[in-house]
Design a protein around this ligand. Sequence first.
Ligand code: PGA
Length: 254
Amino acid sequence: MKKLIGANWKMHKNQAEARAFLKDLASGLKATQATSVETVLFPPFTVLPAMQQTLEQTGPCVNLGGQDVYPAEDGAFTGEISPDMLLDTGCKWVLTGHSDRRHRIGEDTILAGKKTAFALKHGLSVILCIGETIEQREAGCLKDILTMQIYDALRDVPEKDMDRLVVAYEPVWAIGTGVVASDKDIRTTHSFVRTELDKLPGGSKVRILYGGSVKPENAANILNINNVDGLLIGGSSLDVDSFLQIIHTAQQAA
Ligand code: PGA
């Protein structure tokens, strides 16, 4: 399986910054022929058309994804975005269940699940994010929380859509904090997630990413842990040099 490296830009970058980043990224990737890694950028919705146009000039060196999607085709959902709107702006991917949405915006596992199933049904590939808060971990609830997040999300996903699903394990306490989960925590949790996914029809095809304070300095170590099939990166994906370094590290680990 190809390693997957995702860049979650969150609420960062305007159109000019996004275009410049993509041009630099494309030349960096061309120079080093980083072809054994799949790269997906998740920018804000507002820069997607600019990035789609830039990719027409640079060639299709990366894929684009939306940071969120609403589970309806169209209608009175002010502020929301549909799968077709994402496809129309060049997106093949979307994030669901990200901890910012679960914990800052108050999205529950049921809505994250509806988004996951709906986006897959409408042809998008999905990175479903799961992860526990520090309180849940300290209370010994890690496995219960992850199991609930996985099953609530995948209950309505048919086997035929599972090959377009990726799961990102992102401990909430490691996101944007500079604190990375230990090798042992990543190894045991990814092994648990792998076992749970393998129980589902088609689940053995699902790749598992790690996310949470990944940087060029720790990427090689994390990528070499069993059952880590790639990375989802926030802060370090905003700087093109850091992001390229991580992609090259993934190329070596592939
Ligand atoms: P971080 O964010 O790399 O800045 O910790 C990861 C994420 O939110 O997906």
